[in-house]
Design a protein around this ligand. Structure first.
Ligand SMILES: Nc1nc2c(c(=O)[nH]1)N[C@H]1C(S)=C(S)[C@@H](COP(=O)(O)O)O[C@H]1N2
Ligand SMILES: [Mo]
Length: 406
């Protein structure tokens, strides 16, 4: 007891309460020792992540992929970015979970258990591209506050569930309905139970699309907790912030939904272009809807070294919000000339498309491979970071990788 200070009784009692079990031999714990059970969890174990995923923030958890991790046609769970605005709900009992359709413009407010959802409504499966509106934010200058996503806040998983439109029609939609808003079970960082971390939504036209789902499965299994177990709204092609996780309530609104992160600067961009660093008034901002055309090279990994005689087969994915990508090109001379890639059609509407190309390099040296997608309306990705905006949304600049031939 003299040389080493042992834990005090009061501390031991509070640890016991937190851990919920007697700490046998607890009195042997050194002073200021933090039991492992109370230390910050390892996100790689907690979320079963690939070891190359990048943690941007721990509270709330925000984790991104790297381009080469997104090589699969369907994004596997361990390579999927995680974006949270609040604290992930704990102790979810899916047998007791209900989803309520309510709001000013519902004809009859109705609640559904998971069992009812699965038995009463037809199941649909779609692969849907979800990209965070802030993906690419790290490249804006002056820098925009928020998670410094590079390129990895995008995923295209396979979602199974019921169509939101079937639920809305079952509860009944009044003629004055204009918007839906979601309410979810996650909690505000402040701990204030009356505050929602995020409650976004979409106009009725998007809510009623065939592919807008209330999903209960991701990639064929229960949705992982971090991605919205047991129920998640999924609206492909729009900023992923409208795809509410842990959704408990969908309100049919007679106004544009006014929940948390619908107003002010959140998920909005200036109506008209502004100079970098400019202050923009709230009324000059508009809500982001369909995401812009974009692509990523997922093979090879940037920094690849290839023998000169060999040609290089690159591949990746491209997407364009509500639209399809109609052309995919690459350049190895900093955009001076462009060459066509082979482009596949999407597996369904709002799923990303795959591209590939065989590149022959003229001589030994350092190259950059740039990729550029063009959508059905003939809009292409910009080569440089596009329009600066206060929160750093919608950076769809061409992705590029470094390649050395030896
Ligand atoms: N309830 C709830 N839903 C949410 C969020 C959240 O914080 N809470 N984050 C949104 C944002 S901003 C994004 S980009 C996506 C991220 O989805 P993921 O974590 O499954 O990749 O979820 C959206 N849905
Ligand atoms: Mo997001």
């Amino acid at each position: 007891m003299k040389r080493r200070q042992f834990i005090q009784k009061a501390a031991l009692t509070s640890f016991t309460t937190l851990i919920g079990a007697e700490i046998v031999f607890g009195s042997n714990m050194p002073k200021d020792y933090q039991p492992l059970a109370l230390q910050d969890p390892d996100p790689f174990k907690l979320f079963n992540l690939d070891k190359e995923m990048v943690v941007l923030n721990e509270r709330p958890w925000n984790i991104e992929a790297k381009a080469h991790l997104l090589d699969d046609k369907v994004t596997p769970n361990d390579k999927m970015f995680i974006r949270n605005n609040g604290i992930i709900p704990k102790e979810i009992d899916d047998r007791k979970w209900t989803l309520t359709i309510d709001g000013e413009s519902v004809i009859k407010s109705t609640s559904y258990t998971l069992t009812t959802l699965k038995s009463k409504f037809k199941a649909y499966s779609y692969q849907l591209t979800l990209e965070c509106g802030g993906n690419g934010r790290s490249e804006f200058n002056p820098p925009a506050k928020g998670n410094q996503w590079t390129i990895g806040a995008v995923q295209c998983a396979n979602w199974t569930g019921v169509r939101l439109k079937d639920l809305l029609e079952d509860a009944g939609i009044k003629s004055d309905a204009v918007y839906i808003g979601f309410h979810a079970a996650d909690t505000h960082l402040s701990g204030d139970a009356g505050k929602e971390p995020i409650s976004r939504g979409m106009p009725m036209a998007k809510a009623l699309q065939n592919e807008t789902l209330i999903a209960y499965k991701m990639n064929g299994n229960d949705i992982p907790l971090a991605h919205g177990f047991p129920l998640r709204l999924v609206a492909g092609g729009w900023p992923a912030s409208v795809s509410g996780k842990w959704v408990q309530r969908i309100s049919i609104r007679n106004i544009e939904h006014d929940g948390a992160k619908m107003k002010g600067m959140a998920y909005r961009v200036p109506r008209l272009p502004v100079a970098p660093g400019d202050k923009v008034k709230d009324e000059d901002m508009q809500i982001i809807e369909s995401m812009p055309v974009k692509s990523i090279i997922t093979y090879p990994k940037t920094g690849a070294i290839i023998p000169k005689e060999k040609s290089l087969k690159i591949r990746g994915h491209c997407w364009a919000g509500e639209l399809q990508v109609k052309e995919m090109e690459y350049s190895i001379d900093y955009g001076a000339t462009w060459h066509s890639c082979t482009l596949e059609k999407p597996i369904n509407r709002l799923a990303w498309q795959h591209f590939s190309a065989k590149i022959n390099f003229p001589k030994q040296g350092y190259y950059e491979v740039w990729a550029r997608a063009t959508d059905e309306k003939n809009i292409s990705q910009p080569m440089l970071v596009p329009g600066w905006n206060p929160k750093g949304y919608l950076n769809n600049a061409c992705h590029r990788i470094a390649v050395k031939t030896t």
